[in-house]
Design a protein around this ligand. Structure first.
Ligand SMILES: Cc1ncc(COP(=O)(O)O)c(C=O)c1O
Length: 402
């Protein structure tokens, strides 16, 4: 099928939940995607921070193929080796923990919310309230939407789940004042990704961790977008020198396969008992084999170091480029999650990049968000930067309906 045929067939049948671009990709290799006609695109989007090792990473492909040929599913009534090995690996990386496997970021956060409530009932004197932050994004299920601090995602879905309150981001004082007699947990992204790559002050997480210790609250850190090496550390909270009570992962964990994980300190996770939570596909052996291959690559191939180094390079170059361009207000980020903040909607710059076959996207309305593969080389970084510079100088008009 050609692009037009694929797009028309999809539009005729998909629920209208995404503002899809009229593009259809047929294959990917490293930092490049190829459309149905064979045109090459440089990917600074990574399927929304998922394909962090680049497309068709040989180690991930091999792991998926071998596991798919052996066994694809047994349910959580039984065990499989990839699931057991991934659980052990993640728990040892997080340190003295238990993991719950699921299939997406929202599902991982739902598990975190349910665990916090369960723990609050059993060990927290019946407390249940979760404080989340203004401008956050935690998912689109009713529970995670209730923790999401952006009004436009919530519209039309009220009433939401009770027991959530929103507090300004990067304001530990406001968070402390918001803690009430029913508060059991604080839920926060280390960097607000969907909110526009908003990076808090360096000590923000440490201040929240200290508050949680003092007030007997759980700190839930949502690493769905920024975990797995994206910021130049395996987990973004490591920059803050803290250890949360609960951490959620998804997106890049499976190298392109759907998998989510909720990790909790062992003593907290003990509140979950058989039957209290579950997910049919959670811990799927093919997804777990892929995640093990992702961890192997991150640990052995110096990819996280590359993300830190290349992220610094991109930030420095972008800061220099932005200097001479009036429509740019700031450049911010950490490692390979970078936001170019504009004084206008970012869609025109995204469109101009796309015209030159560079994939980016807009977050928080006026932020050009860059999520390149962590494996990016200098040559491809320069290729992308040249396009971004031209796009920042000459953004396109926003397409109708885009
Ligand atoms: C920080 C964060 N949490 C949760 C989610 C939801 O993940 P999913 O779309 O896999 O449900 C996202 C998705 O963008 C995210 O960025």
């Amino acid at each position: 099928m050609n692009t037009r045929e694929i797009v028309e067939l999809a539009h005729a049948n998909l629920a209208n939940t995404y503002g899809c671009l009229p593009l259809a990709f047929a294959r990917g290799e490293g930092p490049y995607l190829y459309d149905a006609e064979g045109n090459r695109y440089l990917d600074f989007f990574c399927g929304l921070a998922v394909t962090s090792l680049g497309h068709s990473h040989p180690g991930v492909v091999r792991a998926i193929q071998e596991q798919a040929a052996r066994l694809t599913h047994v349910s959580n009534v039984f065990h499989t080796e990839p699931m057991a090995r991934l659980a052990a690996r993640l728990c040892s990386l997080f340190g003295d923990a238990r993991v719950f496997f699921c299939n997406s970021g929202a599902e991982a956060n739902e598990a975190a919310i349910k665990l916090a409530r369960r723990w609050g009932q059993e060990h927290g004197g019946g407390r249940f309230e979760i404080l989340a932050t203004v401008n956050s994004f935690h998912g689109r299920t009713l529970g995670t939407l209730s923790a999401t601090g952006q009004e436009h995602y919530r519209q039309g879905f009220q009433p939401l789940v009770p027991g959530f309150r929103l507090v300004p981001f990067d304001d530990p004082g406001a968070m402390e004042r918001a803690v009430g007699p029913e508060t059991v947990a604080i839920m926060v992204e280390p960097i607000q990704g969907e909110g526009g790559v908003v990076v808090p002050k360096a000590n923000y997480l440490a201040r929240l961790a200290e508050l949680c210790e003092r007030r007997n609250l759980l700190l839930i850190v949502d690493e769905v977008q920024v975990g797995m090496g994206r910021t130049g550390r395996l987990f973004a909270h490591q920059h803050g020198g803290i250890r949360p009570h609960i951490m959620t992962l998804a997106k890049a964990l499976g190298g392109g396969l759907p998998i989510g994980a909720m990790l909790a300190r062992s003593e907290i996770a003990a509140a979950l008992t058989p039957g209290s939570h579950g997910s049919t596909f959670g811990g799927n052996p093919v997804a777990c084999a892929a995640a093990l291959a992702v961890l192997d690559a991150l640990e052995k191939d110096g990819i996280i170091e590359n993300a830190a180094r290349m992220g610094t390079y991109l930030m420095e170059r972008l800061t220099g480029i932005a200097h001479g361009i009036d429509r740019v207000a700031a450049v911010r980020g950490s490692g390979m999650i970078i936001g170019v903040v504009l004084k206008e909607p970012a869609s025109g710059v995204v469109e101009a990049c796309l015209k030159e076959r560079l994939l980016t996207n807009a977050a928080g309305g006026n932020v050009l968000r860059l999520l390149p593969p962590l494996t990016l080389g200098r040559e491809q970084a320069d290729e992308g930067l040249a396009i971004i510079e031209r796009a920042l100088r000459n953004p396109l008009e926003r397409r109708a309906g885009a």
